[in-house]
Ligand binder design. Structure first.
Ligand SMILES: NC(=O)c1ccc[n+]([C@@H]2O[C@H](COP(=O)([O-])OP(=O)(O)OC[C@H]3O[C@@H](n4cnc5c(N)ncnc54)[C@H](OP(=O)(O)O)[C@@H]3O)[C@@H](O)[C@H]2O)c1
Length: 350
């Protein structure tokens, strides 16, 4: 099998960045033997965890050992340490930039600048950062086309569970008239715990203890995270051009344990449902708690699991259920996008 060595630069070494490097550390031989995919991890830029750059390639196992033991990679034994994220975007030593900095739904920064800069410098870009895709999908896609490179972002909606590429690639040619689902694991976990008898406050605390919810849970419990995902679904999968202000949004903070019980007594479950519907030329998007019949597929998606049903012309409804977050899970989304780039560049062969 012919192989190709890809030179990868990573911006952001938090949960997803580390999950991705962990996968690289574990799968080097499998990636080579199964796909003819070889890699050099040339640089990592992260303001707190440290930055390091070596055109000969960094060792993923050493990086993971350092981050596990010290919480940063500042003592990596080789390479330049005086680099930043823009060095990665502009370097002639890098083919693929992985952008995994925090999501900012108002400005898209710093990810938006990173992605623009990398595309302008003819790097393929793979990201799980929702902000830039929700705010500037068309602009970034055109920039990628103009520069002859690819922009891929499987991880932005359901982490590694297929959603974006499921529609764009595996179901190429279908028209999607409606999408509905559960796209926020934190709120689904809280609602599940409330059904087990916890109050909203205690369920939230449990979610925070297990690392599902942030110290400031607003983005999840007020429905912002789900809303930004509906924007991406509408604009990328359904040809829309909506913004987060167009999404009718209500979170779960007003739901009580009694509401959850009452619904269950009526053979229903309260779920935070994200929905995007095409009506003629217009697109309507919403995120709100709804009572769903117990025999509905979404009613039985429990805990931190996510699900999406795509209503298509050729296939009818197609439902996918799986994790919607997690280090390795989102690292898998990054890996699958990089392997897709490899597959295209290798002419579809591996
Ligand atoms: N975690 C998941 O399960 C998941 C799932 C799907 C999508 N995503 C998305 O994937 C992205 C990464 O998520 P995450 O969980 O890995 O976030 P995270 O743990 O907060 O990691 C992001 C890292 O990027 C660093 N960073 C901030 N500004 C930077 C800059 N200018 N240059 C380089 N690095 C910078 C952060 O440093 P500081 O700590 O100093 O800010 C942090 O170490 C986010 O956009 C998130 O929404 C995450």
């Amino acid at each position: 099998m012919s192989t190709k060595t890809w030179r990868i630069g990573l911006i952001g070494f938090g949960n997803v960045g580390q999950g991705f490097v962990r996968i690289l550390a574990n799968k080097r031989d499998i990636l080579k033997n199964r796909y003819g995919f070889e890699f050099k991890l040339v640089g990592i830029a992260d303001p707190i965890k440290g930055s390091v750059y070596d055109p000969d390639g960094l060792d993923p196992k050493t990086l993971i050992k350092l981050i596990d033991e010290k919480g940063n990679i500042k003592d990596y034994p080789k390479g330049r340490k005086d680099i930043d994220s823009l060095t990665i975007c502009r370097s002639d030593d890098i083919d693929i930039v992985v952008e995994v900095t925090p999501t900012n739904i108002k400005t898209g920064e710093p990810g938006l600048t990173h992605i623009r800069e990398a595309l302008k410098n003819k790097k393929h870009v793979v990201t799980s950062n929702k902000g830039p895709i929700a705010l500037a999908y068309r602009e970034l896609k055109e920039l990628a086309v103009k520069n002859g490179v690819m922009l891929r972002f499987e991880g932005v909606v359901l982490s590694g569970t297929p959603s974006i590429n499921l529609v764009l690639e595996s179901m190429a040619g279908v028209d999607v008239s409606k999408v509905e689902g559960i796209v926020n694991g934190t709120t689904n976990f809280i609602l599940t715990k409330m059904e087990e008898g916890l109050t909203y406050e205690d369920a939230l605390k449990e979610a925070q203890r297990l690392g599902y919810a942030e110290a400031d849970p607003t983005a999840d419990v007020e429905g912002w995270d789900a809303a930004i995902k509906t924007v991406i679904i509408a604009n990328v999968l359904m040809g829309g051009s909506i913004t987060i202000n167009d999404v009718e949004r209500e979170g779960i903070t007003k739901i009580t344990r009694e509401d959850v019980r009452r619904a269950l007594n009526n053979r229903k479950r309260i779920k935070l449902i994200a929905r995007v519907v095409r009506e003629g030329d217009s697109i309507k998007a919403s995120v709100k708690p709804e009572e769903v019949d117990l025999n509905h597929p979404l009613a039985n998606v429990m805990g931190a699991i996510n699900a999406l049903t795509f209503y298509t012309d050729h296939l009818g409804p197609v439902t996918i259920i799986g994790p919607g977050a997690g280090r390795i899970e989102t690292g898998q989304a990054i890996l699958s996008d990089i392997l897709a780039i490899h597959r295209y560049i290798m002419g579809g062969r591996y």
